[in-house]
Design a binder for this molecule. Structure first.
Ligand code: GLP
Length: 234
């Protein structure tokens, strides 16, 4: 794993955007895996600015987001589809039909999850997966557990995640108890992974990941199985 320590959050965000822009220049039809959360907002701002200034063209790029809350429709301000439209998709020239976020409001969540994996497969797989990390070491919503499905699935959120994510809702009772997430197998099949982490609250999870010991108690440790991970830390 390549580790790059950045002095500031802004530096991390610009470096992350630069890696994405370089990848799009190398392959205009890039298939990108994308995260939500507070951490990638600076990267999305940098990408939107780079697009505005003519440095990057998203017209052939396809994206597959990591996860979505179960029960939230795309027009819900806390849904991850809403977040992505606001922070990136609505600000660049990506084609809406090429942007994918798991459907947390599907009547048949299992079928929707299988369809999501099939779409990723059909796209040729993910070239570059940008991921964040939860305080408990989750990637996407792959929570610490004794076992976990390899591919897209519904997951019950842990108390730690509900508490950590409640800051964006009007209280803990409004945080959905379940989510749909891509599985670790899809994440690990990406050609390249870029991990973004900022702040003290991520330190314990990062230390476990960097220890090199693989455990499902900290799903981020599974990233040690991949041969091309860059961690940008601030
Ligand atoms: C959520 C998302 C994760 C993200 C994590 C960290 O739980 N499902 O994909 O990595 O939050 O978010 P933040 O960047 O706000 O700390």
């Amino acid at each position: 794993m390549k580790k790059i320590i950045c002095k500031t959050y802004n530096e991390m965000s610009w470096k992350a955007a630069d890696i994405v822009i370089t990848a799009v220049k190398e392959k205009p039809g890039l298939v990108l895996g994308l995260p939500t959360g507070t951490t990638p907002i600076g990267m999305y701002d940098a990408l939107a600015n780079a697009y505005k200034d003519g440095f990057v063209n998203f017209s052939r790029v396809a994206t597959f987001n990591l996860d979505e809350y179960v029960g939230l429709t795309p027009d819900h301000p806390q849904s991850y589809r809403y977040f992505m439209d606001k922070h990136l998709f609505g600000r660049v020239n990506i084609k809406p039909k090429n942007t994918h976020v798991p459907d947390g409001a599907a009547a048949d969540l299992g079928a929707a999850a299988r369809n999501y994996d099939a779409l990723i497969e059909k796209s040729g797989g993910i070239d570059l997966f940008v991921v964040g990390i939860g305080q408990n070491g989750h990637i996407g919503f792959n929570e610490p557990a004794a076992s976990m499905p390899a591919f897209t699935h519904v997951v019950e959120l842990t108390q730690n995640t509900i508490e950590a994510n409640s800051r964006l809702f009007n209280g803990m009772s409004e945080v959905p108890l379940k989510a749909v997430t891509q599985g670790m197998a899809t994440i690990l099949r990406a050609k390249k992974i870029l991990l973004l982490a900022s702040g003290e609250s991520k330190r314990a999870a990062l230390e476990k990941m960097e220890s090199g010991i693989i455990t499902l108690d900290c799903p981020a440790t599974l990233l040690n199985l991949h041969r091309d991970v860059t961690a940008l830390l601030s």
